[in-house]
Design a protein around this ligand. Structure first.
Ligand code: S3P
Length: 185
């Protein structure tokens, strides 16, 4: 299916970069966390506090099944950082379109998310340590689930978006032409 899916750890820039990619391609931007919040009428923190992480993971899988069943196309989909953890989710994401992993190192992530209170998994004594541990576990899964990796540490958001458009086979010639024009300005 013709969609672009962005995966990666919290704070890797999926939402900002995704919005840029959507603007450049005239695709519609959606964010799986936002969709779950809308469906559930409560925040991610509330879902975690009231029902726990596994219930949230089930909601993520249900949402991907729904997007595949609805055969949605021309979307840029920013996913929650834990989305590729389940094998079924990785398969569903691949069915949905071109999966791109936004790779950022723990230091970059920490600098972007420090002070943020909306991410329940990082509300702990040592967020930097937790980030390092989680990335070590998740990295192989992010890589396994994606067809491309974009290293975002050294890139500003608009450059990361341009990289994604260059490598995405979902882009046809007219979109590539559009990109050339928008980056030439
Ligand atoms: C999570 C990432 C969050 C959100 C939830 C769990 C994770 O999304 O889905 O807090 O397990 O990495 P973002 O990556 O958009 O912050």
């Amino acid at each position: 299916m013709e969609n672009i899916i962005l995966t990666g750890y919290m704070g890797s820039g999926k939402t900002t970069v995704g919005r840029n990619v959507a603007k450049m391609t005239h695709y519609t931007f959606v964010d799986t966390d936002e969709m779950i919040v809308e469906q559930q009428h409560r925040s991610i923190s509330e879902i975690f506090a009231e029902e726990g992480e596994q219930a949230f993971r089930d909601m993520e899988t249900a949402l991907l099944r729904q997007l595949v069943a609805e055969k949605k196309e021309h979307l840029v989909i920013s996913t929650g950082g834990g989305m590729p953890l389940r094998k079924e989710n990785r398969q569903l994401l691949s069915q949905l379109g071109t999966v791109v992993y936004l790779k950022a190192c723990p230091e970059t992530i920490y600098n972007r998310i420090k002070g943020d209170t909306t991410r329940p998994l990082l509300q702990c004594e040592d967020p930097m340590g937790r980030i390092g541990e989680m990335i070590a576990v998740r990295e192989p899964l992010y890589k396994e689930g994606a067809v491309f990796t974009v290293d975002v540490d050294e890139l500003i958001q608009s450059e990361a978006a341009a990289e994604i458009l260059k490598i995405s086979p979902a882009m046809n010639a007219s979109n590539k032409d559009l990109l050339r024009r928008s980056t030439a300005k």
